[in-house]
Design a protein around this ligand. Structure first.
Ligand code: AMP
Length: 288
C-alpha cells in the first residue's frame, strides 16, 4: 500500500495505474467497521482501490466539532492496508486548499433540506472536496454509506449535474449489536450515554414498524417516533423526518420510497441515522 500526501505525488502514483478499473472510498479517517464495509465492496469490484483520509474543514460548521473530531491515524493505516487498499491519499490542509484557494461548489435545494437546515454549507463543503477527489483520482466507482443517506443523494446530483464519469455505490449501514450505527463520533460517547445513543434507531424502527402495519400518516408516525425519544432526558432531538427517499421532501402521507431519518444530541455528541423503505436502487449494496 502506498501513502501519498501532495497532489503531485498523488498524480504520479495514479499515472501508472490509469488503465485499471479504479474505485475511491472517501473518508475522514477515524476508521471503523462501516468504512471497512465500503473498502471491502470496493476491493471486490475494482482492480485499483484508492482511499482518501482527510478531515475536511469546509464541511464543518462549528470549530469545536472540527477540533474534537476523532483521529486515529496509525490504526487507520492498518485498516486500509488490511482491506487491500492500493493507495491512500492523506493530504494536509494546504495540499487540498493552498493559499488563495477560494472556489466553492454550491449545491442546490437537496443540500438545504434535512441536515442542511441544521448544518448550512455542510454539503457545499462535501461537494467541493469531492470535486477535487473526482478530478484528481478519476475513479470509475465511488463508495459511500447509506448512513449518510442525504449525502448519497447530494453526491448523485453532483455527479449528474457536473458530468463526472463515476458510478456511485451505496453500502448499507453497519451497526453494532445494540443497533447503534457505527460512527467515528461514537468514540466521543461516555459508556453511560450508550443506551441513550441507541434510542434514535429504536425510534426509527418504531416508525417503520408502524408503517409496515398500515399507518401511512406521517404526523402520526413522527409522533410515535418522538414518543420513544422524549422520555430520555439525555437525548435532545434536533429533527425527526419522514421524507421522499429521493427528493428528500417532507411527506404527509407515505405513497412511495421514503427515508425515516433523524439527528439527536447526546450532550455534545451529534448522531444521525436513517432507515429506508421501498428503496430499490442499483448500487445499494447490503453491508457484508
Ligand atoms: P466519514 O469518514 O464519516 O466521512 O465516512 C466515510 C464514509 O463512510 C461515508 O460514505 C459514510 O457514509 C460511510 N459510513 C460512515 N458510517 C457508516 C456506517 N455505519 N455504515 C456504512 N457506511 C458508513
Amino acid at each position: 500500500m502506498e501513502i501519498v500526501r501532495s497532489v503531485a505525488n498523488l498524480k504520479d502514483s495514479l499515472a501508472n495505474n490509469s488503465e485499471l478499473k479504479m474505485g475511491v472510498v472517501p473518508t475522514m479517517g477515524a476508521l471503523h467497521k462501516g468504512h471497512k464495509a465500503l473498502l471491502d465492496v470496493a476491493r471486490k469490484e475494482c482492480k485499483f482501490m484508492v482511499a482518501t483520509s482527510f478531515v475536511n474543514p469546509l464541511q464543518f460548521g462549528r470549530e469545536a466539532d472540527l477540533s474534537s473530531y476523532p483521529r486515529s491515524r496509525d490504526e487507520d493505516m492498518t485498516i486500509f492496508e488490511q482491506a487491500g487498499t492500493d493507495l491512500v491519499w492523506e493530504p494536509s490542509f494546504t495540499d487540498v486548499y493552498p493559499d488563495q484557494f477560494e472556489t466553492r461548489v454550491k449545491m442546490g435545494v437537496f443540500a438545504e433540506k434535512l441536515e442542511g437546515i441544521y448544518r448550512p454549507n455542510h454539503f457545499d463543503g462535501v461537494a467541493t472536496i469531492l470535486c477535487k477527489i473526482f478530478n484528481l483520482i478519476r475513479p470509475h466507482m465511488a463508495y459511500f454509506g447509506q448512513k449518510d443517506w442525504q449525502q448519497t443523494r447530494v453526491v448523485q446530483k453532483l455527479i449528474y449535474d457536473l458530468n463526472f464519469d463515476v458510478e456511485l455505490r451505496v453500502i448499507g449501514t453497519v451497526r453494532d449489536t445494540d443497533g447503534l450505527a457505527v460512527s467515528s463520533r461514537n468514540r466521543l460517547l461516555l459508556p453511560e450515554q450508550r443506551s441513550s445513543a441507541t434510542k434514535l434507531y429504536k425510534a426509527l424502527k418504531v416508525g417503520i414498524h408502524s408503517f409496515q402495519h398500515g399507518e401511512l400518516d406521517c404526523d402520526i408516525l413522527r409522533k410515535k417516533m418522538l414518543d420513544v425519544l422524549i422520555p430520555d432526558e439525555d437525548v435532545r432531538v434536533e429533527y425527526l423526518s419522514i421524507a421522499d427517499a429521493f427528493e428528500l421532501v417532507e411527506l404527509k402521507k407515505i405513497r412511495g420510497p421514503a427515508v425515516f431519518s433523524g439527528a439527536v444530541w447526546i450532550d455534545k455528541v451529534r448522531l444521525i441515522d436513517n432507515v429506508l423503505c421501498g428503496v430499490d436502487i442499483e448500487g445499494l449494496v447490503d453491508a457484508t
